[in-house]
Write a protein that binds this ligand. Structure first.
Ligand code: PXP
Length: 241
Protein backbone atom coordinates (compact mmCIF):
# COMPACT_ATOMS: atom_id res chain seq x y z
CA UNK A 1 0.00 0.00 0.00
CA UNK A 2 1.50 3.39 -0.92
CA UNK A 3 2.20 5.77 1.94
CA UNK A 4 1.13 9.39 1.56
CA UNK A 5 3.01 12.30 3.10
CA UNK A 6 0.79 15.04 4.47
CA UNK A 7 2.85 18.16 5.07
CA UNK A 8 1.52 20.32 7.88
CA UNK A 9 2.35 23.98 7.16
CA UNK A 10 1.02 25.44 10.44
CA UNK A 11 4.46 26.52 11.59
CA UNK A 12 5.06 28.65 8.52
CA UNK A 13 2.07 30.61 9.81
CA UNK A 14 3.50 30.53 13.36
CA UNK A 15 6.56 32.41 12.10
CA UNK A 16 4.39 34.94 10.27
CA UNK A 17 2.07 35.50 13.25
CA UNK A 18 5.04 36.03 15.60
CA UNK A 19 5.54 39.41 13.90
CA UNK A 20 2.09 39.93 12.39
CA UNK A 21 3.66 40.29 8.94
CA UNK A 22 2.40 39.05 5.57
CA UNK A 23 5.28 36.56 5.27
CA UNK A 24 6.21 33.76 5.24
CA UNK A 25 3.02 32.57 3.58
CA UNK A 26 1.80 29.03 4.33
CA UNK A 27 0.06 29.06 0.94
CA UNK A 28 3.41 29.45 -0.84
CA UNK A 29 4.95 26.84 1.43
CA UNK A 30 2.15 24.41 0.53
CA UNK A 31 2.71 24.93 -3.20
CA UNK A 32 6.43 24.25 -2.80
CA UNK A 33 5.75 21.17 -0.67
CA UNK A 34 3.47 19.82 -3.40
CA UNK A 35 6.11 20.46 -6.08
CA UNK A 36 8.52 18.40 -3.98
CA UNK A 37 6.15 15.45 -3.69
CA UNK A 38 3.80 16.11 -0.77
CA UNK A 39 0.61 14.08 -1.22
CA UNK A 40 -1.51 16.25 1.03
CA UNK A 41 -1.44 19.62 2.77
CA UNK A 42 -2.56 19.63 6.39
CA UNK A 43 -3.51 22.68 8.45
CA UNK A 44 -4.94 23.03 11.93
CA UNK A 45 -7.33 25.95 12.30
CA UNK A 46 -7.08 26.40 16.05
CA UNK A 47 -9.82 28.09 18.00
CA UNK A 48 -7.32 30.72 19.20
CA UNK A 49 -6.05 31.22 15.60
CA UNK A 50 -2.48 31.23 16.86
CA UNK A 51 -1.05 30.23 13.49
CA UNK A 52 -3.28 29.39 10.53
CA UNK A 53 -6.08 31.90 9.79
CA UNK A 54 -9.35 31.46 7.89
CA UNK A 55 -7.77 33.38 5.01
CA UNK A 56 -5.06 30.75 4.69
CA UNK A 57 -7.48 27.86 4.61
CA UNK A 58 -9.76 29.59 2.13
CA UNK A 59 -6.89 30.27 -0.28
CA UNK A 60 -5.48 26.77 0.22
CA UNK A 61 -8.85 25.31 -0.72
CA UNK A 62 -8.50 27.02 -4.09
CA UNK A 63 -4.80 26.36 -4.66
CA UNK A 64 -3.99 22.92 -3.22
CA UNK A 65 -3.63 20.44 -6.05
CA UNK A 66 -3.39 17.26 -3.95
CA UNK A 67 -5.63 16.89 -0.89
CA UNK A 68 -6.48 19.41 1.80
CA UNK A 69 -6.77 17.98 5.30
CA UNK A 70 -8.34 20.44 7.75
CA UNK A 71 -7.61 19.63 11.39
CA UNK A 72 -10.04 21.16 13.85
CA UNK A 73 -11.52 20.80 17.30
CA UNK A 74 -14.83 19.00 17.53
CA UNK A 75 -16.90 22.19 17.51
CA UNK A 76 -20.13 22.90 15.66
CA UNK A 77 -18.92 26.38 14.72
CA UNK A 78 -15.86 24.90 12.99
CA UNK A 79 -18.03 22.21 11.42
CA UNK A 80 -20.06 25.00 9.78
CA UNK A 81 -16.83 26.58 8.50
CA UNK A 82 -15.70 23.19 7.14
CA UNK A 83 -19.07 22.51 5.52
CA UNK A 84 -18.74 25.73 3.53
CA UNK A 85 -15.04 25.24 2.77
CA UNK A 86 -15.25 21.58 1.72
CA UNK A 87 -11.79 20.22 2.55
CA UNK A 88 -11.03 16.76 1.18
CA UNK A 89 -10.98 15.47 4.74
CA UNK A 90 -11.59 16.93 8.20
CA UNK A 91 -9.51 15.53 11.07
CA UNK A 92 -11.04 16.06 14.50
CA UNK A 93 -8.42 16.75 17.17
CA UNK A 94 -8.57 17.62 20.87
CA UNK A 95 -7.63 21.17 21.71
CA UNK A 96 -6.71 23.05 24.84
CA UNK A 97 -5.75 26.70 24.68
CA UNK A 98 -2.81 26.43 27.07
CA UNK A 99 -1.13 23.54 25.25
CA UNK A 100 2.01 24.07 23.12
CA UNK A 101 0.72 21.54 20.59
CA UNK A 102 -1.91 18.78 20.43
CA UNK A 103 -0.99 16.75 23.49
CA UNK A 104 -3.02 13.57 23.29
CA UNK A 105 -5.60 11.87 21.13
CA UNK A 106 -9.27 12.75 21.11
CA UNK A 107 -11.08 10.65 23.73
CA UNK A 108 -13.98 9.36 21.64
CA UNK A 109 -15.53 7.57 24.59
CA UNK A 110 -15.49 10.45 27.09
CA UNK A 111 -16.63 12.89 24.39
CA UNK A 112 -19.03 10.58 22.58
CA UNK A 113 -21.84 13.12 22.58
CA UNK A 114 -19.98 16.22 21.36
CA UNK A 115 -17.89 14.32 18.81
CA UNK A 116 -20.99 12.51 17.55
CA UNK A 117 -22.76 15.84 16.94
CA UNK A 118 -19.86 17.19 14.89
CA UNK A 119 -19.50 13.93 12.95
CA UNK A 120 -23.19 14.11 12.05
CA UNK A 121 -22.85 17.74 10.94
CA UNK A 122 -19.82 16.98 8.73
CA UNK A 123 -21.39 13.82 7.37
CA UNK A 124 -24.53 15.80 6.49
CA UNK A 125 -22.30 18.12 4.46
CA UNK A 126 -20.72 15.12 2.70
CA UNK A 127 -17.24 15.62 4.15
CA UNK A 128 -14.88 12.69 4.81
CA UNK A 129 -13.88 12.48 8.49
CA UNK A 130 -10.82 11.28 10.35
CA UNK A 131 -10.31 11.32 14.13
CA UNK A 132 -6.96 11.78 15.85
CA UNK A 133 -6.80 9.13 18.59
CA UNK A 134 -4.33 7.35 20.82
CA UNK A 135 -3.39 3.89 19.49
CA UNK A 136 -5.83 2.03 21.76
CA UNK A 137 -8.30 -0.74 20.85
CA UNK A 138 -11.23 0.93 22.65
CA UNK A 139 -10.74 4.17 20.70
CA UNK A 140 -10.56 2.27 17.41
CA UNK A 141 -13.79 0.43 18.21
CA UNK A 142 -15.49 3.72 19.02
CA UNK A 143 -14.20 5.26 15.77
CA UNK A 144 -15.79 2.43 13.85
CA UNK A 145 -19.02 2.84 15.80
CA UNK A 146 -19.05 6.56 14.92
CA UNK A 147 -18.82 5.61 11.26
CA UNK A 148 -15.83 7.78 10.35
CA UNK A 149 -13.76 6.86 7.30
CA UNK A 150 -10.34 7.14 8.89
CA UNK A 151 -8.32 7.44 12.06
CA UNK A 152 -4.98 9.14 12.66
CA UNK A 153 -2.93 7.45 15.35
CA UNK A 154 -1.11 9.79 17.74
CA UNK A 155 2.60 9.00 17.56
CA UNK A 156 3.57 11.35 20.40
CA UNK A 157 4.25 8.61 22.94
CA UNK A 158 6.53 6.84 20.46
CA UNK A 159 8.31 10.10 19.55
CA UNK A 160 8.80 11.04 23.20
CA UNK A 161 9.59 7.58 24.57
CA UNK A 162 12.70 7.43 26.75
CA UNK A 163 15.66 5.53 25.32
CA UNK A 164 14.75 1.85 25.14
CA UNK A 165 11.02 2.55 25.29
CA UNK A 166 10.54 3.16 21.56
CA UNK A 167 10.10 -0.52 20.64
CA UNK A 168 7.11 -0.96 22.94
CA UNK A 169 5.44 2.21 21.65
CA UNK A 170 6.13 1.20 18.05
CA UNK A 171 4.53 -2.19 18.68
CA UNK A 172 1.46 -0.43 20.11
CA UNK A 173 1.22 1.67 16.95
CA UNK A 174 1.67 -1.34 14.68
CA UNK A 175 -1.01 -3.32 16.57
CA UNK A 176 -3.41 -0.38 16.39
CA UNK A 177 -2.75 0.11 12.66
CA UNK A 178 -3.49 -3.57 12.01
CA UNK A 179 -6.61 -3.48 14.19
CA UNK A 180 -7.86 -0.29 12.50
CA UNK A 181 -7.38 -1.72 9.02
CA UNK A 182 -9.22 -4.88 10.11
CA UNK A 183 -12.14 -2.72 11.23
CA UNK A 184 -12.25 -1.22 7.74
CA UNK A 185 -10.78 2.15 8.73
CA UNK A 186 -8.13 3.99 6.70
CA UNK A 187 -5.22 4.48 9.12
CA UNK A 188 -2.86 7.46 9.24
CA UNK A 189 -0.35 8.50 11.91
CA UNK A 190 1.44 11.60 13.04
CA UNK A 191 2.81 13.94 15.68
CA UNK A 192 6.41 14.42 16.70
CA UNK A 193 7.78 12.50 13.71
CA UNK A 194 11.15 13.71 12.42
CA UNK A 195 14.00 12.65 10.14
CA UNK A 196 15.43 10.35 12.81
CA UNK A 197 12.33 8.49 13.97
CA UNK A 198 9.96 8.27 10.98
CA UNK A 199 11.36 5.23 9.12
CA UNK A 200 10.17 2.56 11.61
CA UNK A 201 6.66 4.09 11.58
CA UNK A 202 6.65 4.31 7.77
CA UNK A 203 7.46 0.59 7.68
CA UNK A 204 4.14 -0.32 9.37
CA UNK A 205 2.34 -1.82 6.36
CA UNK A 206 -1.24 -0.83 7.22
CA UNK A 207 -0.46 2.88 7.46
CA UNK A 208 -1.69 4.90 4.49
CA UNK A 209 -0.53 8.36 5.49
CA UNK A 210 1.83 10.26 7.79
CA UNK A 211 1.21 13.89 8.71
CA UNK A 212 4.40 15.73 9.57
CA UNK A 213 4.78 19.42 10.35
CA UNK A 214 7.29 20.76 12.83
CA UNK A 215 10.31 18.74 11.67
CA UNK A 216 9.76 19.54 7.98
CA UNK A 217 9.19 23.27 8.53
CA UNK A 218 12.21 23.41 10.87
CA UNK A 219 14.42 21.77 8.24
CA UNK A 220 12.94 23.95 5.51
CA UNK A 221 14.18 27.05 7.36
CA UNK A 222 17.73 25.79 6.81
CA UNK A 223 17.63 23.87 3.53
CA UNK A 224 14.43 25.04 1.80
CA UNK A 225 10.96 23.51 1.65
CA UNK A 226 11.51 21.44 -1.48
CA UNK A 227 14.60 19.70 -0.17
CA UNK A 228 13.03 19.17 3.26
CA UNK A 229 9.97 17.49 1.73
CA UNK A 230 12.01 15.42 -0.77
CA UNK A 231 14.23 14.07 1.99
CA UNK A 232 11.24 13.04 4.09
CA UNK A 233 9.48 11.41 1.12
CA UNK A 234 12.61 9.48 0.22
CA UNK A 235 13.13 8.09 3.70
CA UNK A 236 9.46 7.05 3.89
CA UNK A 237 9.71 5.30 0.52
CA UNK A 238 12.88 3.48 1.55
CA UNK A 239 11.17 2.19 4.67
CA UNK A 240 8.64 0.28 2.53
CA UNK A 241 9.81 -2.95 0.91
N1 PXP B 1 -1.28 15.21 13.05
C1 PXP B 1 -2.09 15.90 13.87
C2 PXP B 1 -3.50 15.43 14.02
C3 PXP B 1 -1.63 17.05 14.53
O1 PXP B 1 -2.47 17.73 15.35
C4 PXP B 1 -0.31 17.47 14.34
C5 PXP B 1 0.19 18.71 15.02
O2 PXP B 1 -0.53 19.80 14.60
C6 PXP B 1 0.49 16.74 13.45
C7 PXP B 1 -0.01 15.59 12.84
C8 PXP B 1 1.90 17.15 13.12
O3 PXP B 1 2.70 17.09 14.25
P1 PXP B 1 4.18 17.64 14.17
O4 PXP B 1 4.11 19.12 13.94
O5 PXP B 1 4.75 17.28 15.50
O6 PXP B 1 4.85 16.94 13.03
Amino acid sequence: MPLRLGVNVDHVATLRQSRRTQYPDPVQAAAMAELAGADQITVHLREDRRHVQERDVEILRRTVQTRLNLEMAASLELARFAAALRPDVCTLVPERRQELTTEGGLDLIAQRHSVGEVVRALRGAGIAISVFIDPEPAQLEEARRLGVEAVELHTGRYAEAPRGGEAGELARLADAAAAGAKLGLAVAAGHGLHYGNTAPVAAVPQLEELNIGHAIVARAVLVGMERAVREMKRLMERARP
